[in-house]
Each structure stands twice: as C-alpha cells, then as structure tokens.
Design a protein around this ligand. Structure first.
Ligand SMILES: Cc1cc2nc3c(=O)[nH]c(=O)nc-3n(C[C@H](O)[C@H](O)[C@H](O)COP(=O)(O)OP(=O)(O)OC[C@H]3O[C@@H](n4cnc5c(N)ncnc54)[C@H](O)[C@@H]3O)c2cc1C
Length: 447
C-alpha cells in the first residue's frame, strides 16, 4: 500500500480518490479519540502492591528522569514509600544507542534491570501501564488497578507529533512510524534502524532533524556521522541525506560541520532550512517549499510533544505547542497542585531534552518533594546538561558540551548560562563519553 501525505492534508491510497482529512473539526475529533482516557474494569480494584509503609510517592515512567527521582526520594526521606511504574519490563537506554548502531558498544551496555534498581535503592518497581488520574481523590489508575498517592511524579517522556509535518491521517502516520521509525523513543525503533543501516546496499538514506525542542539536540547529527561511518566501513556506496528543519546545525556547529566535511565528504549531504511539506511514500520523495529529495530508505524524526499521557490526564499547558504540562517553571509541580510534579522530557521548560538534564533535575525535584513534606521550600537550582557526541569509529572519537541555565526575568524564560564546549573530536573524549554513561547507569541502578 502506498500513501501520499502532505501539509495540505490529503491522503492518496494506491491511486484512489483524494480524501480530505485536514478540516479542523476532523483533526480535532481524531485527536480526541487518540487522547480519550482508557478505563478498563480492573482499574477499579487496588493495584497488586504491598501496603504503603509511609507516605506514598508514585513515580510514572522508569526512564532517566523517573529512575533518578525514585532513588533520590528514598535518599532524601527514607520514610517515604516509593513506587516506580513503567510499562516496559526492561530498561534500554536511548543515550549511547547511536554508538551501538555502529557497534562501538554492545546491547548489554544499554540494558538494565528495573528490579535491580528497585532492590538496590529500597523502592517498589511495578511493571504496569498508567491509564488515568483522579487528582481530587489522589488516585492513579493502571491497567492492573489503582494506587493511592500522597505525591505523584509524572515522567513519561515524549511521543512523536506527525501532524506537525503534515501527517494528519492515522494510516499514513502508522505507515511512516513503522516503516521509517524515527529511532528516538523506543528500543524496537533502534533495532529496526540498526538492521536498516547494516543491510543498506547503496543509494540515499534519509535522516531528518525536526523543528522545536526535540529530544537530544545533538543526536540527529551524531546519528548522521554513525550512519556514514557504517557505510564507509561496509564499503557501501551510500549517501546520508540529512534534512534539517533548522537554519543551521543546532549544537556543536563547527565540530559537526567539520566532521561532515572532513570525515564524510562524499557520504553526508547536509541540507539546512528544509521545512518538510509532504512525503510521497509511493515515489519515496520528500518535498519542501523549494525542493524535492528522493530516498531509498529513511528514518524520519518527526517533531516531538510531551507523552500523550499528559494530555489524557488533562494537564497540558494551553500555550504549549509541544503539549507539555502546565507546571511551575522552578519547582515542576502542576500549577495549583503541589502534590503532582512533571519531570524529564515531558516538562515545559525549554531545557535540553537530555538524559543528563533529566537526571540532575530529578535529584532536585526529589529534594523539593522531601522538603515540601516537611513544610520547607528550596531555592531553584539549574539542571546541568552534559552531552557527548561520537563522530568517528574504531576507535570511537567524540566531542562534548556542558551547559547550565539561568532565568531571564524580563523575557520570563530560561536561557543558557555557563557553556563549556569541546567541539574538536578525540579518542579521549570518546572514552570520557563511555565513562560518563557508565557513571549514569551506576547512579540510576545501583546504590
Ligand atoms: C538516540 C538518542 C540518543 C540520545 N543521546 C543522549 C545523550 O548522549 N546524552 C543525554 O543526556 N541524552 C541523550 N538522549 C536523550 C535522553 O534519552 C532523553 O532525554 C531521556 O531519556 C529523557 O528521560 P525521561 O525519563 O524524560 O524519558 P524516557 O527516558 O523516555 O522515559 C519515559 C518512560 O516512561 C514510560 N512510560 C510512558 N508512558 C507510560 C505509561 N502510560 N505507563 C507506564 N510507563 C510509561 C516509558 O516506558 C519510558 O520508560 C538521547 C536520546 C536518543 C533517542
């Protein structure tokens, strides 16, 4: 089956008639269907968990944010009864997965046990899917039953927002999501992408960089380098076509520019300011306002939004294009509810959506909750963003950056504070990146 999708919102299936899908009423109805709460019968019984042995804090999402919050809640207040919930039974890290694509680390490096994390740090892990929330009665619903909470931390990460590249039809979205996965949300996507890159036999491999505050600013550029390195190693006459919505490389600009030109001059074709208007899945063609680009295979990174769970729960800030939660920008609690917090990539502050940011913010928010219980208040502390980007393999060579944030009272938003940038790649930085990741896994999974 083939589809043509476009910003003008039409769908053409196998040459059949064009179906208008883009009226605002139609789009709204579709969106409502997608975000309607799912309440099954067994959500009305208590979840099968031990009785709370203290004030219960429930953390939703065992990613970089939730794992950190759960561990540090127990560190800051050992009397809290902490439950971490994730719908997955196994943790597979997004950070470092680009290096795994190019065989610089193995899968063991990325995978970790939620059970170990919970046992080592004295909290409960519950493998379940959260479906709804009743803030009035402080009840969180999972598909296996409800949980009463004293405090709730929502750290469910992101979803793709295909509508922002003109994909308004669910079938077309399904086709792209499954055949050209972005590789920025879950481990199945990474496996598919690895297979695609490893088995690519020549032609053009399309990668995209979306608009907005997408997950991990440097990762799409790093991924282009890793894909090019794989083609080079495998002797494949392939091109990596990197279409960037942005006017220029968003981070480590000189470093990535140099890497594209010096390491992969005949492989990476970088095109900035490409606002994707339509994707013709039949002819494998991407159209912008001025140009069109054909491809043989692709990984299409759609713009991101906060996890749909935030919207299911009715917590979206109406001003937020990325459907992020309406939270206090300093303490991360919902506006008007100091018992519910949103952290990690689902937050609304414009911090870098990165694992390191989620980890350092998570420690602070755990401390904020422990203090709130004692009737105390903390001063805001900036999260830290640290990011290593591999550009060369065998041996791995990388660049890195560390940043902090400060609040601009006039503009009422956050900007960068101190920035330490090393945009010259080296083996030393490649090794430092691996050591950084080991340290982070140790922090989240061990005592
Ligand atoms: C390829 C790639 C490379 C990256 N490289 C780096 C890097 O080098 N450095 C860096 O710092 N960051 C990097 N990042 C970014 C980093 O992965 C994210 O910023 C980080 O994972 C965000 O943490 P989080 O906890 O908010 O979300 P996540 O880690 O996505 O965790 C969210 C969790 O919530 C769970 N969940 C969602 N909904 C439900 C539900 N309804 N019920 C139960 N559970 C639910 C999910 O299963 C998931 O485990 C990279 C990301 C990618 C994809």
């Amino acid at each position: 089956m083939t589809y043509k999708i476009s910003r003008r919102a039409f769908l053409q299936a196998s040459g059949t008639a064009i179906l208008a899908a883009g009226t605002s009423a139609g789009v709204l109805a579709e969106e409502q269907k997608r975000t309607a709460p799912v309440i099954a019968g067994n959500t009305l019984v208590p979840a099968p968990l031990p009785k709370a042995k203290g004030p219960r804090v429930v953390v939703v999402g065992g990613g970089w944010s939730g794992l950190t919050v759960a561990k540090y809640l127990k560190k800051f207040d050992k009397d809290l009864d902490v439950v971490l919930i994730d719908r997955n039974a196994l943790f597979v890290s997004c950070p470092m997965s680009n290096l795994w694509l190019a065989d610089q680390i193995n899968m063991d490096f990325l995978t970790h046990s939620f059970l170990d994390a919970a046992r080592n740090n004295g909290y409960i892990f519950f493998n379940a899917t959260v479906v709804d929330l009743d803030r009035e009665s402080r009840k969180l619903y999972t598909e296996q039953g409800y949980i009463d909470y004293e405090y709730l931390v929502l750290a469910p990460g992101i979803d793709y927002d295909y509508q922002r590249i003109g994909v308004e039809d669910i079938e077309a979205e399904y086709y792209i999501r499954n055949n050209y996965p972005g590789g920025f949300v879950n481990a199945s996507e990474y496996l598919t992408l690895k297979n695609k890159l490893e088995n690519f036999r020549g032609g053009t491999f399309l990668l995209t960089v979306p608009a907005g505050n997408y997950r991990c600013t440097a990762a799409p550029y790093e991924r282009a380098c890793m894909a090019a390195a794989i083609f080079k190693r495998n002797g494949v006459k392939g091109k990596v076509l990197l279409l960037d919505h942005n006017a220029e490389i968003k981070i480590k600009k000189d470093g990535f520019q140099n890497a594209f030109e010096q390491l992969y001059p005949d492989i990476i074709q970088y095109e900035p300011s490409v606002d994707i208007q339509s994707i013709n899945l039949d002819s494998r063609e991407v159209e912008s306002e001025f140009d069109s680009y054909t491809f043989d295979d692709a990984s299409i990174y759609a713009p991101v939004r906060a996890s749909r769970l935030i919207e299911h729960m009715g917590l979206v800030d109406p001003q937020s294009l990325q459907k992020e939660a309406h939270i206090d920008p300093f303490m991360n609690h919902l506006v008007g509810d100091e018992h519910v917090y949103v952290t990690g990539d689902a937050r609304s502050q414009p911090f870098s959506k990165s694992g390191h940011t989620a980890n350092s913010e998570g420690k602070f928010i755990a401390e904020v909750i422990a203090a709130h219980r004692k009737g105390e208040r903390l001063e805001w502390r900036s999260p830290q963003t640290m990011c290593f980007s591999g550009v060369k393999i065998d041996p791995l060579e990388a660049m890195n950056i560390i940043t902090y944030y400060k609040y601009d009272k006039e503009r009422k938003t956050f900007g960068f504070d101190r920035v330490h940038l090393v945009d010259v790649w080296s083996v030393k930085s490649g090794q430092a990146g691996l050591a950084w990741a080991e340290g982070m896994f140790k922090d989240m999974f061990y005592t």
